[in-house]
Write a new protein. Structure first.
Length: 620
């Protein structure tokens, strides 16, 4: 049996909506259940409400299922339908149109609103007698059940537009007003979620976490990258990396552009990448430029560096013997890396496995016996005579007379101390701990000496002081550790000059290295102190020594991945702040120093030499 079913419905504006479908089956079932051939979704319609079949002579026979079950025919009403007949099923009306060949034309239309379960039985009873049900009770209207957006007050299109407007207002309009209108920003400051937080692309760095709800602190110009001046408001002392100092010197090698002069802070430090995401440690950040030295950029005074595995030889800043010049020298060249320490100190003797003689007997020394780490291993406390040397190297000048010691000072102060000591003895001003030498002339106790006797006594004291001073300085005490120059005047008076200590305490002032992180290794694994016979040996390890444990950023099995930022800082305090387009005229005149970007540090090292008593200046 074939039925062409035409369904009529009403749109929101009241227009008639029409749809057609062709149903082919031995029998057509009608009801609320989804298993029916024709589904009428209304509580007034039973699960299986009616069945359409062909009778004799191709007549259409409708069986109204009184029990609501297609499996039972007891109590059911059969009705023969002809063209023009109507059949009411709940709120629906079926109209039987003329038959076209073997195809029946049926139109179904909803004639009233959906009914409540309370009135469903009454409608079913009316439908069982083939009556068209009309009108709905007030109760049925109040219990209306909506099953599609078409039946609610808002259409899908209206809801979509409403959602779009709300989204644009909350996530576009309000953040824009917050960024451009101070009064809006002030009004929303106390909100738990401020308007601009909807544009936050990720958590801020730990140091910037206090600005989480105050985006305007950095983003003062809407829709532009953070400018340097916003960064400089807090980071007032951040220097550049060469910047205006080296920019012009290599501009010809890079097509006329100045290195770093047009850089911005946000070009390297992009925030919203997590607690530590704004500090870049990538090796490529440095090797992109330093790996091109000698090629695109030109050689200059820099060596080509790609990674730590191929790091060139270390070049510490070396101070000349007289403190007049500073230069970076490769430590592989022993002829130039021997320091003029002006000390007589063999590490080999003091670190002997047999120990060293001391007043307490044989004493085993180690590197920490003299070199005490401070600042978590970044620096070492100065080695002093009183703390580190006096326990073995006594400054007693005449042990048989007194246990007093000479001051660790300049020769003229030593001579003055000796004159005062022996003058007191000859004038009978003797301390209780002093045993006067028998060969030294003294004025008898209780006797008032004449002027000539007093002068003779003091001259004897001076001769004894000069003798002891010569012995102490030239032969027994000072000469043990220091380089001594003797000067004899025309009147045969003798003076001495002690060469100033020329040991530097900062060889790599612009690099970071912590001995505290290397405590698992013995000092002698890196520093060859056990074989050093002179204090002039520069015991700084070369790159090859470090490469035994440290590899490049790519890493190697059993080695520590090391990037440029592991040892070198990008910002240098000796360079100007990172500001765009610095004029050449503003560049500091540091060209007289061997390493211009490090000029301030080199000047400080030169000052260190001058404070040690050596006059001089930094030579071109």
């Amino acid at each position: 049996m074939d039925i062409r079913l035409t369904t009529l419905s009403r749109g929101r504006a009241g227009q008639v909506l029409r749809s057609e479908q062709l149903i082919s089956a031995q029998e057509i079932t009608i009801g609320r259940g989804q298993a029916n051939s024709i589904v009428l979704a209304d509580p007034a319609v039973a699960q299986f409400h009616a069945r359409l079949q062909l009778g004799a002579g191709f007549l259409l026979v409708a069986t109204l299922l009184g029990g609501g079950s297609a499996a039972s025919t007891a109590g059911n009403e059969r009705r023969v339908l002809a063209a023009g007949s109507m059949l009411g099923i709940g709120p629906y009306r079926l109209s039987i149109n003329a038959r076209t060949g073997a195809v029946w034309q049926i139109t179904i239309e909803r004639t009233e609103v959906a009914s409540s379960p309370t009135s469903a039985s009454a409608k079913s009873a009316s439908a069982a007698h083939g009556e068209a049900v009309s009108g709905a009770s007030p109760l049925a209207a109040s219990l209306k059940v909506t099953r599609s957006l078409r039946e609610v007050a808002w259409s899908k299109r209206t809801l979509a537009w409403l959602g779009l407007v709300i989204t644009l207002a909350a996530f576009v309009l309000l953040p824009v007003l917050n960024a451009t209108k101070p009064e809006v920003r002030e009004f929303a400051r106390g909100w738990t979620v401020t308007p601009d937080m909807s544009w936050n692309v990720g958590p801020l760095a730990t140091s910037h976490s206090a600005l989480e709800k105050n985006c305007h602190s950095c983003h003062k110009v809407p829709f532009q990258a953070v400018r340097n001046q916003e960064c400089n408001e807090c980071h007032t002392k951040i220097g550049g990396h060469g910047g205006a100092v080296i920019g012009a010197s290599i501009s010809k090698s890079v097509g006329g552009s100045k290195v770093f002069n047009d850089s911005t802070c946000s070009g390297c430090h992009t925030d919203h990448r997590g607690p530590r995401g704004n500090v870049l440690r990538d090796e490529a950040l440095c090797s992109d430029c330093h790996g091109k030295v000698g090629d695109e950029i030109g050689k200059l005074r820099l060596a080509k560096v790609v990674d730590f595995k191929t790091h060139p030889v270390f070049r510490p800043l070396k101070l000349s013997a007289d403190g007049s010049t500073l230069a970076r020298v490769p430590i592989a060249d022993k002829a130039v890396t021997v320091q003029a320490s002006n000390l007589r100190f063999p590490h080999e003797t003091h670190l002997s496995a047999k120990g060293i003689r001391s007043p307490q007997g044989r004493t085993q020394l180690s590197c920490p016996s003299c070199h005490e780490a401070q600042d978590r291993g970044a620096n070492f406390a100065p080695v002093t005579m009183a703390k580190h040397c006096a326990s073995c190297h006594s400054l007693e000048f005449e042990p048989a007379v007194s246990s007093r010691q000479l001051p660790h000072a300049k020769p003229e102060e030593v001579v003055r101390t000796l004159n005062e000591f022996y003058s007191g003895i000859v004038l009978n001003n003797i301390a209780t701990d002093v045993r006067p030498p028998s060969d030294l002339l003294r004025i008898l106790p209780g006797k008032m000496p004449s002027e000539s006797e007093r002068i003779n006594a003091l001259q004897a004291a001076q001769r004894r002081a000069a003798f002891v001073a010569k012995e102490a300085i030239e032969q027994r005490i000072c000469i043990t550790c220091h380089e001594i120059d003797r000067h004899t005047a025309q009147n045969k008076s003798v003076t001495w000059t002690v060469a100033p200590i020329g040991v530097q305490h900062s060889w790599y002032p612009l690099a970071r290295f912590s001995h505290g992180k290397h405590q698992t290794s013995a000092c002698t694994e890196c520093h060859g102190a056990t074989t050093s016979k002179t204090a002039n040996d520069l015991l700084i390890p070369n790159a090859a020594t470090c490469q035994k444990c440290h590899a490049s950023a790519a890493g190697e099995v059993g080695k520590i991945a090391t990037t440029c930022a592991s040892c070198h800082g990008f910002h240098q305090p000796s360079t100007p702040e990172m500001k765009p387009l610095v004029a050449d005229s503003l560049r500091p005149a540091l060209s007289r120093v061997d390493n211009a970007p490090h000029g301030e540090t080199l000047m400080k090292l030169s000052q260190f030499a001058r404070e040690g008593g050596v006059a001089g200046k930094v030579h071109p």
